[in-house]
Design a binder for this molecule. Sequence first.
Ligand SMILES: Nc1nc2c(c(=O)[nH]1)N[C@H]1C(S)=C(S)[C@@H](COP(=O)(O)OP(=O)(O)OC[C@H]3O[C@@H](n4cnc5c(=O)[nH]c(N)nc54)[C@H](O)[C@@H]3O)O[C@H]1N2
Ligand SMILES: Nc1nc2c(c(=O)[nH]1)N[C@H]1C(S)=C(S)[C@@H](COP(=O)(O)OP(=O)(O)OC[C@H]3O[C@@H](n4cnc5c(=O)[nH]c(N)nc54)[C@H](O)[C@@H]3O)O[C@H]1N2
Ligand code: SF4
Ligand SMILES: [Mo]
Length: 692
Amino acid sequence: MNAPAEFARAVCPHDCPDTCAMRVTVENGRAIKVSGDPDHPPTQGVLCTKVTRYAERVHHPKRLTQPMKRVGRKGEGRFEPISWDEATRIAAERLGEIARRAPEAILPYSYAGTMGLVQGDSIAQRFFHKLGASRLDRAICAAAGAAGLRYTFGSSLGMLTEYFAESEVILIWGANPIASNLHFWTRAQEAKRNGAKLIAIDPYRSLTAEKCHQHIALKPGTDGALALGMMHVLITEDRLDHDYIAAHTHGFDALKARALIYTPARVAAICGIEEQVVVDLARLYASTRKTAIRMNYGLQRVRGGGNAVRAIACLPALTGAWRERAGGVLLSSSGWAPVDANALQRPDLIPGWPQHQPRIVNMNQIGDALTHTGDAAFGPKVEAIVVYNSNPVAVAPESAKVAAGFAREDLFTIVLEQFQTDTADYADLLLPATTQLEHLDVHKSYGHTHVMANLPAIAPVGEARPNTEIFRCIARAMGLIEPALFESDEDVAAQAFDWSDPALGGADWAALKRAGWLKLDIPEAPFANGGFRTPTGKCEFRSEALAKAGLDPLPDYLPPHESADGSPELAARYPLAMISPPARNFLNSTFVNVESLRATEGEPHVDLHPADAALREIADGDEVRVFNDRGSMRARARVTDRARSGLVVGLSIWWKKLAPDGRNANEVTSQALTDLGGSATFYDCLVEVERA
Ligand SMILES: Nc1nc2c(c(=O)[nH]1)N[C@H]1C(S)=C(S)[C@@H](COP(=O)(O)OP(=O)(O)OC[C@H]3O[C@@H](n4cnc5c(=O)[nH]c(N)nc54)[C@H](O)[C@@H]3O)O[C@H]1N2
Ligand SMILES: Nc1nc2c(c(=O)[nH]1)N[C@H]1C(S)=C(S)[C@@H](COP(=O)(O)OP(=O)(O)OC[C@H]3O[C@@H](n4cnc5c(=O)[nH]c(N)nc54)[C@H](O)[C@@H]3O)O[C@H]1N2
Ligand code: SF4
Ligand SMILES: [Mo]
């Protein structure tokens, strides 16, 4: 007899600004359906296509349900099941032996497979801190933009997403919300129906760009110049809010001198667009204070990404757009939530802290790190890597090096996963992890301003365990006795926020758990009267902190590492700029193994402009090889003017083993970093394309 269906409340765990509230229908212990919570204001009852399939993913026949140890060669992906006791014993012995001898030879590697604060970075961090392991600079995605915001506003703060619906002009800048920020797109549509003008700034005619009133297809990596060119026009035509500038900004005269160098003619040449486009954009921008900018991370995956974000972030203070709740800029709202990172992660557990600071490895250079033999500058060779919430063999740049590193016979690799990903294939120990429906968590959002609780809807599938529990077990098997390593998920969740922060309105974990979500108490127009979190309390056009660090205190345009301006010799050999932004039906490399979603994406393809295709005698549908000095991949060519000339677009991120040639776009991307924040430069990548 069937038990009656139950409904549980959950939070979408994925790395997406929308952080939706979900309702889970459970029957006989199985999740049979996941839907958007109609009562949660940001979600409005709607989930994206991918996550509507979440139940399919949770109960997928290929879910990992047992601990396994490697029996084949590294990377071959052959395993045999073992018990949890044996798995934790092996892990504890190997990690314990290395930790006693050279703790920094242990490297944790994780990112945002789940954005949950408990399964993301609590017990795991505490465990690695207690060992004195290497630390990971988690800069694969947003670090350049975060640094740009920090030096300008003091933190990752911005407009409240709901008020975009009232904006009169919206610039969608380096963002493709139809694919990657769906609930913002709903607001933009509302604004459009009310008469707002939507402008997409993107080298590619994305699904979003084609639905905007205007699309400015600039060259990738030139956004900083465009923002400075807009400033030039605002200043020379005196379209400024002088009172706002005087009261709430720092360094206007210096910024003015910088912007005056960026004449529209010069900017047009840099960006590969018409001079009049720059002038008209600035005029439109200043035509109303209800002008809102939705930046997203697509524009900061290039050398000058931090400066570009900083330049764009300066715009609303120049025209006084911040005075309106429908004006301003949003890249990330994550700084509004009072997360207590120290309580969650306990850096004080590091032996000898704070005098002793274990080395930091930038995750964007994991290929270099794993193939390094160790020296005085680098420190000890990496002997063990523990991967959770991430799939580096598919997502990290310069994949051939990453794979070579993971293939080292003398590297001990533990992977905590839900599925046998490209990375899992290289594991010595592959440990099954629970999904969001099976564990407890607490969330903030980087696209809205609610904090949320996720409660388990079903029991763990098979023998899967939450990340927290796996690290507790390994810690116990190692004989560690530090109490912070053994706190329950509930205890950890209760420490996730600084509950005394006024934004939480006096709530505590119990209240959040009861309510499901809480809206943070933030002013509707957060910077109408200044109140930036910088050292000066102002919007810092000029940053003394940057000056002190020996960096340019003003925003500037920096040509991409790989471009005709940045590296002419390389550009002569590899004349095409490749970007590999997210495919709509994947979430990074998550969901690539869900058959229905993969079928919708079809196969790996690259979009090429007709002129570039003709020059290479490539026809629509041809199989092509995309290559540079780092590597190559194959894909089906789509000849289309969606890509501006000189641009190649390969929507991503494919599992390598599910692509016909076993490769993906990261064969060609580079480990070079951005100007600020040490971010990855996935979209700063020159290639050549030929018919295969
Ligand atoms: N469906 C789906 N949603 C996702 C993801 C996913 O993989 N799939 N990933 C999630 C994650 S981790 C993130 S970080 C976000 C990413 O999502 P977004 O922040 O929206 O960023 P991207 O998709 O990287 O890029 C957005 C747009 O920027 C354009 N772009 C590339 N280079 C440049 C440039 O130099 N200048 C400008 N102006 N535009 C440029 C691309 O063509 C693309 O259309 O989305 C999240 N949501
Ligand atoms: N070429 C190219 N490369 C890119 C990008 C690009 O645009 N182009 N985008 C970059 C960006 S923005 C990002 S954020 C990164 C994303 O890179 P990753 O953070 O590695 O994201 P995913 O590929 O989604 O892999 C997350 C993995 O975590 C697992 N997972 C989910 N929840 C849990 C859990 O609770 N426990 C455990 N143990 N595992 C879990 C999932 O099964 C999945 O395999 O990729 C980057 N790489
Ligand atoms: S991936 Fe984003 S849009 Fe889709 S359900 Fe999750 S939070 Fe919502
Ligand atoms: Mo990301």
